[in-house]
Design a protein around this ligand. Structure first.
Ligand code: ZN
Length: 461
């Protein structure tokens, strides 16, 4: 995801130009309702604000943060055939020692070189034809995607500290429990008019009704969003968010297996964006909640500490409005119950908001240095959102105090409303713009067999 710098500049800013101004000019003359702009009933809101001092960490402070971030690009790779699109996605993890960060902070100056030294990273990169190009002759685009994802999940590994697992192994792990990967995953046969529910093992299986070969990765249902006509960028985005989740599962499980008493309870795992899964793979939301709750029940204290950090979206806009009007002061936490959700989303059914997508609950926090952060936090028991309003009360989130403490310790003057671990992960995951995309194009061209030259192929593997 693009990261906003302190100047407010956006990485995609160069693509916005006078057309933006034109649309704004039209919008200025129209009447419409923006919930995030409207700050009604301030006294009601005040009653939902808790202070930082109300949350005390029980154990020692966290000493490390591990952030996961991903990004993707789609490139035109054939001259004269602009519909031929090739996609790249990558997810990076950055492990940051907070003690080193604090030494820097004591010197009142954060040296990017020292940050670099404090960070260890892992990276997974994927590439596949996304539109107008296929894995082989004679298959439609949905089948091409299904085959490509199966192949990628079998070959791509997260190689860090003895965690040498493929994405497919991590997918089975997520469908089981820590230390106990599932034997099969539930696939809904993708053949139209069949839709049979089949338990598919790692090797794959033929559907006994329609005889289509089923891949275990069909559980993700990503091909449902793929079409012959579209650019299929959103499907690539879904794939990337699944890979981000699997990286999180892999690294958290690594600490659970190898350092359950020491490193795991001292580390905050941070996902860039909310703890949520959108679109066809949304069922993974329930898997993630179930998996990390099982991990929590077999780990001392409140660990694992897992949170998402949102930088964009309506809740972030609303939070900034509250901060701007000083309704939310440094150290304040806003409890986002049904009533707040109704104000922000304009939803008719705020009570059931989020139950299909989120595996953590949103809070709004204004850090001690004034930054506005929207964390999502996982409850150790039950669902964060459900048909009856879920669990909005901070007392149901024993990890919350430690999470807010890390947020306060990892502010960065380099990024407005950001935190350093996420910025570090983003620095590794982001695709270079400009010159860099030419390199990706070269790689894609080589992959599609259009150019046998070997240059550039070490950039994305
Ligand atoms: Zn079938």
């Amino acid at each position: 995801m693009p990261y906003e710098t302190v100047s407010g500049a956006h990485e995609l800013a160069s693509r916005l130009g006078h057309s933006t101004a034109a649309v704004r000019a039209v919008a200025d003359q129209r009447q419409f309702y923006v919930p995030a702009e409207s700050l009604r009933d301030m006294e009601d809101i005040q009653q939902k604000i808790r202070h930082r001092a109300d949350f005390q960490t029980s154990g020692p402070r966290l000493s490390a943060a591990l952030a996961v971030d991903g990004s993707y690009v789609v490139e035109r790779v054939r001259d004269g055939l602009p519909s031929v699109l090739y996609g790249f996605a990558q997810a990076a993890a950055a492990y940051l020692n907070l003690a080193i960060l604090e030494t820097q902070r004591a010197e009142r100056f954060v040296d990017p070189y020292e940050i670099e030294r404090a960070v260890n990273t892992a990276l997974v990169t994927l590439d596949l034809p996304v539109a107008g190009a296929y894995t082989r002759e004679g298959v439609d685009i949905k089948t091409s995607w299904r085959e490509a994802i199966d192949q990628l999940f079998r070959t791509k590994k997260i190689e860090v500290n003895r965690l040498n697992q493929t994405l497919l192994e991590l997918l089975f792990l997520l469908h089981g429990a820590p230390g106990e990967p599932a034997i099969t995953v539930p696939v809904n046969c993708p053949t139209e008019d069949c839709s049979k529910d089949v338990r598919v093992p790692s090797a794959g299986l033929k559907c006994d009704t329609c005889e289509t070969w089923l891949f275990p990765t069909d559980v993700l249902r990503i091909s449902e969003e793929v079409s012959e006509e579209g650019s299929n960028q959103s499907a690539l985005g879904r794939l990337m968010s699944v890979v981000e989740l699997l990286v999180l599962v892999g690294l958290a499980t690594l600490l659970w297996e190898q350092s359950r008493q020491e490193l795991l309870p001292a580390t905050l795992f941070i996902v860039d964006g909310p703890l949520a899964m959108y679109g066809p793979p949304a069922k993974l939301r329930g898997r993630a909640l179930d998996y990390f709750q099982k991990m929590s029940s077999t780990t001392p204290g409140a660990a694992p500490f897992v949170c998402g950090i949102e930088k964009t979206g309506v809740m972030v806009d609303y939070a900034r409005q509250l901060a701007r009007h000083n309704v939310l002061k440094p150290g304040d936490l806003l409890v986002c119950d049904e009533d707040i959700i109704a104000r922000v989303t304009n939803a008719s059914n705020a009570r059931a908001y989020g139950k299909e997508t989120y595996w953590g609950r949103k809070f709004v926090y204004r850090a001690l240095d004034g930054r506005v952060i929207v964390p999502t936090v996982m409850p150790p028991h039950g669902a964060p959102y459900d048909a009856h309003g879920g669990q909005p009360d901070p007392k149901d989130y024993p990890t919350l105090a430690s999470i807010l403490d890390v947020v306060d310790r990892t502010g960065s003057s380099m990024y407005a409303d950001g935190i350093i671990p996420v910025a570090a992960a983003h620095g590794k995951a982001a695709f270079p713009i400009g010159v860099g995309t030419d390199v990706l194009r070269l790689v894609a061209t080589t992959r599609l067999g259009l150019d046998r030259a070997s240059y550039g192929s070490n950039v994305v593997r």
